[in-house]
Design a protein around this ligand. Structure first.
Ligand SMILES: Cc1cc2nc3c(=O)[nH]c(=O)nc-3n(C[C@H](O)[C@H](O)[C@H](O)COP(=O)(O)OP(=O)(O)OC[C@H]3O[C@@H](n4cnc5c(N)ncnc54)[C@H](O)[C@@H]3O)c2cc1C
Length: 333
């Protein structure tokens, strides 16, 4: 059903109060096409759980929220299972379902907020695992022709917090279903990440224990959007050429870093921001989280533009002081 002049405060994890002129929750593919047809040429956009967006202004158009539900098993062998999940399913609930069934591959991605349909958009990742490692294919509606296309893994052009849906197909398709290939019985686990390894010490290496550790670590480090509005990491971790990194390291020998490719080094954006003294800083209701400088927070009634201004100020300071351009991970509307 189409709503008018609808508040999106409960539909974005920053908890920003903005209004959309029209609003429709979508429960199946036929309804999606029907709503888009009736919308004609008016502007529209899509949201899942609203946990990777910063809404900066009222929207004069239609906001669609994907709420189609369902998980089905398409194929099963002794070692793997192929599942198809509707875009409106909650990501963490899918992880819990997989754990109950002892299907492996997404346990490290436990407690990431948001919908299944948005998960391929930025190739969600955490604790050494990215969605691309279990992704099989997805179905998406082409918004020009209103016909469905299928995308296999290669077509998605997955990268670090990126995919074709965040680059040249941005705003051109709506993902309606995603297929994942998960493991059965013999699971390949990824526990090299420091904090995860420490938390698993002395425990059985099951996917259930890995997920439990990931959940405990995340709860101790990241603010719960139900309590303090946020969109997780606001910036991507910069990946810089080795030469540039060496120069930085001369001035800051303690700078943490991880090899990316042979010529590039990844450095934690949170470290750069913290070094500039922003951790825990508050400007009105907009601020930088006290435990994780990569997370911007809304303490109550911050406006989207206030958070955007803070983000821009941080980008400028990081560029001036370290010569590093921080790229925003969150989608700005
Ligand atoms: C506390 C917290 C922790 C987080 N931790 C992580 C983390 O560890 N790793 C990580 O990768 N991310 C993390 N995130 C970010 C976020 O959870 C993911 O990006 C998630 O996939 C967003 O899903 P969503 O449904 O909320 O997307 P939304 O915020 O609703 O949308 C994100 C973008 O995708 C588009 N979109 C949404 N659904 C569709 C669709 N069906 N088809 C086409 N386009 C669509 C939207 O237009 C928008 O541009 C975190 C966020 C929070 C709040």
């Amino acid at each position: 059903m189409m709503e008018r002049h609808f508040s999106l405060k409960n539909y974005n994890s920053f908890g920003i109060e903005v209004e959309t002129e029209f609003f429709a929750a979508i429960s199946n593919e036929a309804e999606l096409i029907e709503v888009l047809k009736s919308n004609g040429n008016k502007p529209f956009r899509v949201l899942g759980g609203g946990s990777n967006v910063l809404l900066t202004e009222d929207y004069k158009g239609l906001t669609l929220v994907m709420q189609n539900k369902g998980i089905s098993i398409l194929e099963e062998t002794a070692s793997h299972v192929l599942i198809e999940v509707q875009a409106g399913e909650n990501w963490h609930e899918l992880v819990l379902w997989a754990l109950e069934n002892d299907f492996g591959g997404i346990e490290n991605l436990a407690l990431i907020p948001g919908s299944v349909g948005a998960a391929p958009i930025q190739n969600i990742g955490a604790y050494g695992v990215e969605l691309s490692s279990v992704f099989h294919r997805c179905k998406a509606l082409d918004l020009e022709s209103l016909s469905f296309n299928e995308f296999d893994k290669a077509a998605c052009e997955f990268g670090y917090r990126s995919s074709v849906f965040k680059t040249h197909l941005k705003g051109k398709v709506i993902i309606t279903r995603v297929q994942f290939k998960l493991s059965k019985k013999t699971h390949q686990t990824h526990t090299q990440y420091g904090a995860l390894q420490a938390s698993l010490q002395g425990k059985e290496m099951s996917i259930q224990n890995i997920a439990a550790s990931v959940i405990a670590i995340r709860k101790s480090k990241l603010p719960d959007p139900a309590q303090i509005g946020n969109s997780g990491s606001f910036f991507k971790n910069p990946v810089i050429p080795v030469n540039q990194f060496k120069q930085l390291q001369e001035n800051y020998p303690e700078i943490p870093h991880y090899p990316d490719t042979a010529e590039k080094i990844k450095i934690p954006a949170g470290w750069l921001i913290e070094k500039l003294g922003y951790k825990g800083k508050r400007f009105g209701d907009a601020g930088v989280h006290e435990k994780q400088a990569l997370v911007l927070v809304n303490y109550g009634n911050a406006k989207g533009v206030e958070l955007l201004n803070l983000a821009q100020q941080i980008q400028e300071q990081v560029l001036q002081n370290f010569g590093v351009q921080l790229e925003v991970e969150v989608n700005i509307f």
